[in-house]
Design a protein around this ligand. Sequence first.
Ligand code: ADP
Length: 464
Amino acid sequence: MTPLHLPTAYLIAGILYLIMPLVVWLMLRKQHALSNTLWYLGGLSFGLSLILLGMRDKWPDALTYGFAVWLLVLGPLLRACALRHELQKPIHLTWMLILSVAFIALYTVFHAVLNDASLRFMWSSFGAAAAFAWLALSARALYKRDLSISAQWIFYFYFALAVLLCLRVVSVLFGWSQPTAMTTDLLSFVLITCAVVTSIIGNIGFLGVFIERMNSEALESAKVQARQEESARLSEQIAQLDRRRSVGEIAASLAHELSQPLTNIYLITDRIELSLQQIQDESLNKYFADLNRNTQKAGDILGRIRTFIQSKNTRSERVELSQVITDVSALIHDLAYNESVELQVSLPPQTLAVWADPVQLSQIFMNLLRNAIQATQGQASRQLQIRVWREGPMAHITLTDNGPGLPAEALSQVGTAFFTTKSDGLGVGLSISKSIAQQHGGSLSIGNSPSGGAVVELQLPVVD
Ligand code: ADP
């Protein structure tokens, strides 16, 4: 009694090769369709070949020799293609099929024409060893690229199979083994055991490649999310700091802005007092209306500043560009007036509205105006021009100044975070403005105008 009944062992290994890839295919059927199918077909082909080899005594030669050996080589080739597909490398399926058919044609010559069992056996073992080696090397490439432990295990086992098959060729060459797949020597035993274990490790490994990838993708997306949350938090903090910086400048203008309506209120109150002394004067009503209007104006100014400083949460609404530009011009008015900067605003005749957070939009204009006012320092006549128009679905707003413009070396960096040419600059205003514009579905760019000076263009989608 032989310690190993080889036909049974072939049958068991063959059935394993049929069942395990099917399970893996079912588990992975929703993703990576081609590589999963190729891997499954490879397993099917190899499993069938083992079953046919095990049936050599019972079934016709054409099936259990020629066809079985073709499937034996085709199986690992298809699996190598599956891994190559995962590596995003060309798989050359047609060439591979042609090669396998050429291989089996020569095998048939050795078997049916020359009837040389040694040659036939060594040729088939060599072909299978080469296919396994290619499969193992593809797995190694996958391991190297993805650092996948599962792919490394696939490499070890298929490489071991290739080595064992080569050993078998050598052993037949030196006459130590019989040139038949049914020899029940130690090498056959090791080989069939290795084939069974490889079936298990190979399929689990293939599944593992995807599981490892899914895990690392999940980890990567968690990292990206954490980075996004952190940068959103930082941007909010920077935006808040930037708003506070603007407040210093606004506060300076506040004194002047408020002084005029408050002086008016004082004068009006005086007149009321006088009028009261000459009872029944109709002009009293007019004075009270003036009083109201000026008080309202002072209140408006304070309200605008309060909203600008305090707003944390974004709140999008339909915003008329002319309104927001008028508001910001009012806030910046005193600064521009003190610095003798002339501000021209040219608005389109029709209403132009965008869907935006008014505070964030004001922040963009505040940044741009402040930069432009600073840039025109030293010019004999300091001028800023705001132009607003519509082009298709976009509203265009340009702010042009007559400062020195941007030097060539600054053009490539301007607008990136922390780029500044000012000794007291933070270099965040433009990058915040850019990201606000992008969050609103628009863009912001800065360059030089043909007349010298800088021109900043803001584009935002129009809402009708
Ligand atoms: P900061 O004003 O703190 O420097 P910004 O992001 O607002 O930060 O601006 C970055 C840089 O862009 C400025 O330091 C300046 O070099 C350049 N810049 C911005 N606006 C203008 C402009 N109107 N003219 C010339 N250079 C400008």
